[in-house]
Ligand binder design. Structure first.
Ligand SMILES: [Zn+2]
Length: 210
């Protein structure tokens, strides 16, 4: 029951449309009745690497149920070895054909990184390990005119960080690279809007456009 990349992306788009309209799909509601069945095996059709932000739960914003999504959440949707390993595990074990890196507007981890770059604040070593992963993709933006426009700067920084994470997954793993080359996996970048509830698949989703 492998779901194609195109079908997986269509399901997420439809689910997000339902979420925005405030309705829940029947499959999502009924998935709870499949709990016992799912205890034996799972076939998540997509992998989501999202931010830990309480306002961006992947299952809710895509209106999916039990067993549908393999979700990895970490502040700033960064890619460190354990995230690559989690994606490799799911892609290999379950044959999921789509990976979505899901960033979001007003991300606190991105704001913290910008603050750190500007003021030289000193977060703990553990927080720094996150900031340091975000830093390379947003640092260059501070050298442009964007530095005078906080709102645009944040918006571009969020997207730059999503692109960097997606590229890291595309090229930071021999296993994932092979799956992509064989046409069995697509990694896309998306941004969730806290304001509208909409997910914009802005990076890498062209090939699988509906
Ligand atoms: Zn965030």
């Amino acid at each position: 029951m492998t779901v194609s990349t195109r079908e997986a992306l269509a399901r997420l788009r439809e689910g997000n449309r339902r979420f925005v309209s405030g309705v829940q799909g029947l499959d999502t509601l009924l998935s709870h009745t499949r709990r016992t069945e799912l205890a034996a095996e799972q076939h998540p059709f997509a992998i989501v690497l999202g931010c830990s932000d309480s306002r961006v739960p992947a299952e809710m914003v895509f209106d999916q149920g039990l067993g549908d999504l393999f979700v990895i959440r970490v502040a700033g949707n960064i890619v460190a070895p354990s995230q690559v390993g989690s994606v490799e595990f799911a892609a290999e074990q379950f044959g999921s054909s789509l990976v979505v890196v899901l960033g979001h507007t007003r991300c606190g981890a991105i704001a913290a990184t910008l603050n750190d770059l500007r003021s030289g604040a000193h977060p703990s070593q553990n927080v720094r390990s996150i900031v340091n992963r975000i830093r390379p993709s947003v640092e260059a933006l501070l050298a442009t005119d964007l530095k005078n426009d906080e709102e645009r700067l944040m918006r571009e920084a969020v997207r730059a960080n999503v692109r960097a994470s997606a590229n890291h997954l595309r090229h930071g793993s021999a296993l994932l690279e092979q799956l992509i080359q064989d046409g069995n996996l697509l990694v896309v970048g998306a941004e969730y809007s806290l304001e509208t509830g909409e997910v914009d698949f802005f990076d890498g989703a062209v090939d699988a456009a509906p």
